[in-house]
Design a protein around this ligand. Structure first.
Ligand code: KIV
Ligand code: ZN
Length: 510
């Protein structure tokens, strides 16, 4: 009999914690809608107790998503669980996901608790969560470095207390497929009640085994897989959703399993995440890399032309990759543009459409061919959530290989119009220094990246700037055909996010 595997997507929680992948409220909601379209069973929307911003995002997702279950993470701490429930209770299918570490090293050095105290706390807090919410998931953090007798005992206690889903995370990406299979079978043998509830796994990718370990777990009886789009997540990331989904689609017979994932939404979901975060996948990444369906060598091309199956185990269409994505030009009207926006999976209202359509027309004047990826960039960066505390008025850069680069940047700031003038080795460096003169704050530039979105010399340049201010990180992004302008705007976007955060903190302190 074929078993149905539930996909628990944690892109918006575990994924969002990874460097450079932070998303704002609007971006998280946009991703959640796309995840629902993709057919994920559970969307982990965030960690509500982490910050007021996280709380609001979880709440908004809970209020807008109707098909997928919306999960929220909480430590086994009453205040966390109260916040989690407050944020998720409006969902049509809410779930509280609570966790505590169970490995000797985590219990002794991180929690400073005995195994007995950990088991008591887990049981008590699961019972409390179950008194609020009918679906409670319990995770034993660092399970794969925990003792299986202890895990069986704690799982039995939390199941009796009301947990309906038991998650076995490989938190540090340490296990291997054979070992994980035996490990889960061993716990199942030792536990009285584990087979009465859903078994879930959550595999990190430190040794590159996240997907393989998840598949071994399916063989050992797991029916829920926790994963992220593009495999983003802490350190080397989490098991990649698209890879597991395509294994089940192409080789489901090997696992006696299938899923509810609409694989044709995979490319769109992956692109949306890259556009939002500015973090692209490597070209040779399975399923969603730019080369995943490219056949460069003559022998391969010849084979594929004669019969696609010579070198193709799945079609590009099966993951929603359309070759013909050259889209609109400067003569395209608002109607055609709106159809394109909808076909790309975005939901925007008429006012937003007008803003993005104007930006599209502006871009079409400068760029010969506009691709889906260009439109996705306009859509994800077009409607900014942050207020424009600082706005670019104009800039001039003078650069060449025999002169020192100079930049003048004029900003409209909360204190009025300001101009910064600076010298440096290159145009971006000089521009950033000029902006710093206009923004009197002790900001450190932590990271900067620039990449082209499509091919051609008139491609959009996508800039991502990461700033540190008072031990917090702020990531700004923007795109333009002019790469210096994209860089300046991304820097200003990060400063505006910082200003917004300061304003929110001040308002909360009053
Ligand atoms: O990696 C991990 O152990 C986690 C848990 C909170 C599930 O993310
Ligand atoms: Zn994790």
């Amino acid at each position: 009999m074929t078993k149905r595997i539930s996909f628990f997507d944690t892109t918006l929680r575990d994924g969002e914690q990874s460097p450079g992948c932070s998303m704002n409220h609007r971006e998280k909601l946009m991703m959640a809608r796309q995840l629902e379209k993709l057919g994920v069973d559970v969307i982990e929307a965030g960690f509500a107790a982490a910050s007021p911003g996280d709380f609001e995002s979880v709440k908004a997702i809970a209020d807008h998503i109707s098909e997928s279950t919306v999960a929220v993470l909480a430590r086994t701490v009453k205040e966390d669980i109260d916040k989690a429930w407050e944020a998720v209770k409006g969902a049509s299918k809410p779930r509280i996901h609570t966790f505590i570490a169970t490995s000797p090293i985590h219990m002794e050095y991180k929690l400073k608790m005995t195994p007995q105290q950990v088991a008591d706390r887990a049981e008590e807090m699961v019972a409390y969560a179950a008194s609020l919410c009918s679906q409670v998931e319990f995770s034993a953090e660092d399970a794969t470095r925990s003792d299986t007798d202890f895990l069986a005992e704690i799982f039995d206690r939390v199941i009796m207390a009301g947990a309906k889903i038991i998650n076995i995370p490989d938190t540090v990406g340490y296990t291997t497929p054979d070992e994980f299979y035996e490990f889960i079978m061993d716990i199942r043998k030792k536990s009285k009640y584990l087979d009465n509830v859903q078994i879930s796994v959550h595999c990190h990718n430190d040794l590159g085994l996240g997907v393989a370990n998840s598949l071994a777990a399916i063989k050992a009886g797991a029916t829920q897989i926790e994963c992220t789009v593009n495999g983003i997540g802490e350190r080397a990331g989490n098991a990649a959703l698209e890879e597991i989904a395509m294994v089940l689609s192409v080789r489901g017979d090997k696992y006696g399993a299938n899923s509810n994932i609409n694989t044709q939404e995979i490319t769109r979901t992956s692109n949306m995440l890259s556009s939002i975060t500015g973090v692209n996948v490597q070209p040779n990444k399975a399923i969603v890399g730019a080369n995943a369906f490219a056949h460069e060598s003559g022998i391969h091309q010849h084979g594929v032309l004669s019969n696609r199956e010579t070198y193709e185990i799945m079609t590009p269409e099966s993951v929603g990759l359309s070759k013909n994505n050259l889209v609109l030009g400067k003569h395209s009207g608002r109607h055609a543009f709106k159809d394109k926006v909808i076909s790309l999976g975005y939901q925007i209202d008429d006012d937003q459409l007008n803003i993005i359509f104007a930006q599209f027309k502006d871009l079409a004047d400068k760029k010969k061919q506009i691709f889906d990826r260009d439109i996705e960039i306009l859509l994800t960066r077009g409607i900014k959530e942050t207020r424009d505390y600082y706005k670019l008025e104009r800039f001039v850069v003078n650069s060449g290989n025999t002169i020192t680069t100079t930049a003048s940047v004029v900003l409209d700031t909360p204190e009025g119009i300001r101009e910064g003038i600076s010298f440096a080795q290159g145009p971006v460096d000089a521009s950033f220094k000029a902006i710093e003169q206009c923004v009197h704050k002790d900001i450190t530039l932590e990271d900067f990246s620039l990449q082209s979105i499509t091919e051609g010399t008139d491609a959009l340049g996508y800039a991502v700037v990461k700033l540190r201010y008072k031990d917090k990180h702020f990531v700004g992004r923007d795109a333009s055909i002019d790469v210096v302008q994209a860089s300046i705007s991304a820097y200003i976007n990060a400063v505006n996010k910082l200003m917004q955060e300061e304003e929110t903190q001040e308002a909360m302190a009053v």
